[in-house]
Design a protein around this ligand. Structure first.
Ligand code: SF4
Length: 187
């Protein structure tokens, strides 16, 4: 089973509680006005193709406590994303999934029973630029947080750093978090 990846961050702190690996998937057809990640929208041919087993190998090599899957629109690749999340949960990692779908839309998906079993924290809903908050993993105030297991608390989610810069071993700098990097220039 193959995932279309936009990017992979081995270890970071700004995408959920604790040290987490982050997978950004490529492809989103929702078109939220003001989306802060438009480079992830592109065609299925964009990004990097990687097998679920290969992505798991990279996550395990990073030695993190959890996996966050973001986008793009992860549930546009639902089979592969759910397979990855299930594997992560099976080895004891915390799992967090961002989706542009609303909670009610997620619950209507054919894969909903598997999603609800393998995800610890689900952040659901379109990005609404007029309701932007950029705090506590919430891009906008309409988004909803669902604790699907007892593993994390709302306080932990709210305390997630808003942004980070990670320097990879090859010198590449990865900027991530719910608040765009230009917002944290020195004031
Ligand atoms: S769901 Fe996310 S990636 Fe897709 S358009 Fe909305 S904000 Fe952008």
């Amino acid at each position: 089973m193959t995932l279309r990846l936009h990017a992979f961050l081995p270890r970071g702190r700004a995408n959920g509680p604790g040290w987490r690996s982050v997978v950004w998937v490529q492809g989103c057809s929702l078109g939220c006005p003001g989306c802060f990640n438009p480079q992830t929208h592109g065609r299925e041919e964009a990004g990097e193709a990687a097998g679920v087993a290969e992505v798991m190998r990279r996550i395990l090599a990073a030695g993190t406590e959890g996996l966050t899957v973001s986008g793009g629109k992860p549930l546009q690749q639902a089979e592969a994303v759910v397979a990855l999340l299930e594997e992560a949960r099976a080895v004891g990692l915390s799992t967090l999934l961002f989706t542009g779908l609303a909670w009610e839309e997620v619950r209507r998906l054919p894969l909903a029973p598997r999603i609800l079993r393998c995800v610890d924290v689900l952040l659901a809903g379109r990005y609404v630029v007029e309701r932007r908050v950029a705090h506590g993993l919430l891009g906008s105030a309409n988004k909803t947080v669902h604790l699907l297991s007892p593993r994390h608390t709302l306080e932990e989610i709210a305390a997630t750093p808003e942004a980070e810069a990670v320097i990879l071993p090859d010198g590449q700098v990865v900027l991530s978090g719910i608040r765009p990097p230009e917002a944290w220039a020195p004031r």
